[in-house]
Design a protein around this ligand. Structure first.
Ligand SMILES: C[C@H](C[C@H]1O[C@@H](n2cnc3c(N)ncnc32)[C@H](O)[C@@H]1O)NC(=O)c1cc(-c2ccc(F)cc2)cc(O)c1O
Ligand SMILES: [Mg+2]
Length: 214
């Protein structure tokens, strides 16, 4: 049967990365996507910015919207302090199945809870289902036109506290103009743009870091 791109990414990980070594998993995916097939992982250039924000926030609770194959899940989880938790939402079951195996290969299952489903359905259930009070860090990397409604939903569900950090991928390409306008003009956020490039290309893209002021 014809394999899918996520399956070929998993193959590249299982062939080239060392079990239990998250950095080798990240390296194997980046090598595959740079030399064989482009894929929509946050990538190595924006990934370094992601790493620096995760290290600065040192979060106990992280929410990732849009797991895809688990590349950024592995990057984030590998930097978390002990007992910290990352919940990642992915609504495509095929992608979720691949991501579970990528996360397992990295040996990070204990830090990651992958939830199969849509952010809009699960955000309101975070407290009752996972005992989450608030998120210290949210990585937005799902449908770009869901960034804004889901941010408003997280506010409504009191999942953000003074100092919570939102980090959004692709604010230039493919772009999230309504989200950018909102976080840059709202008095309740302190926003900062990190200029970079679309993963594995020379096209401009960037990450927007927005601190919720409460
Ligand atoms: C949206 C995808 C990422 C994943 O998100 C899941 N998803 C969605 N909506 C929800 C939800 N509401 N709840 C849970 N999961 C959800 C989905 O199934 C994908 O697996 N990401 C992108 O489309 C994406 C695209 C590009 C890109 C850039 C230039 C091009 F020419 C072509 C593509 C770059 C990127 O860096 C991306 O991140
Ligand atoms: Mg992205």
């Amino acid at each position: 049967t014809q394999s899918t791109r996520p399956q070929r990414i998993l193959d590249a990980v299982q062939k080239n990365a060392t079990r239990g070594d998250p950095r080798s998993v990240v390296k194997a995916i980046d090598h595959f996507c740079r030399n064989k097939e482009w894929a929509m992982n946050v990538g190595d250039e924006k990934g370094c910015i992601l790493d620096s924000v995760v290290s600065e926030v040192n979060p106990a609770t992280v929410l990732e919207l849009g797991t895809y194959c688990g590349y950024s899940t592995v990057r984030i989880a590998s930097l978390l302090p002990p007992h910290a938790k990352l919940i990642t939402l992915e609504f495509n079951p095929d992608f979720a199945a691949i991501a579970r195996q990528v996360i397992a290969w990295a040996g990070l299952e204990d830090k990651v809870q992958l939830v199969e489903g849509a952010s809009g359905d699960w955000i309101p259930k975070m407290k009752e289902q996972f005992g989450v009070k608030t998120f210290d860090l949210v990585f937005l990397d799902h449908w770009k036109n869901s960034y804004l409604p889901d941010t408003k939903l997280m506010e409504e569900c009191s999942l953000l506290r003074k100092g919570s950090v939102l980090l959004a991928d692709n604010v230039i390409c493919p772009g999230a103009p309504d989200y950018l306008e909102f976080v840059r003009s709202s008095p309740r956020y302190k926003s900062q743009y990190f200029k970079s490039h679309l993963e594995y290309t020379k096209v401009e893209d960037g990450l927007e870091k927005s601190v919720f002021l409460g």
